[in-house]
Design a protein around this ligand. Sequence first.
Ligand SMILES: [Zn+2]
Length: 54
Amino acid sequence: MECHYCDSDAEITVEKDGVRVGVCKTHFREQMEQLADEDWVEDLEEQLDVERTD
Ligand SMILES: [Zn+2]
């Protein structure tokens, strides 16, 4: 699967509202920052143990 936002290979696949979307790490972090208020992102962060640099 390719990244939803660029031509890179997707390294992470997320599922939102039943739709699976692949993203590369760069765009994963980018989107995560934009969607930080949504619960599914918080769940995902826990699953992946993502470090945030606020
Ligand atoms: Zn990308």
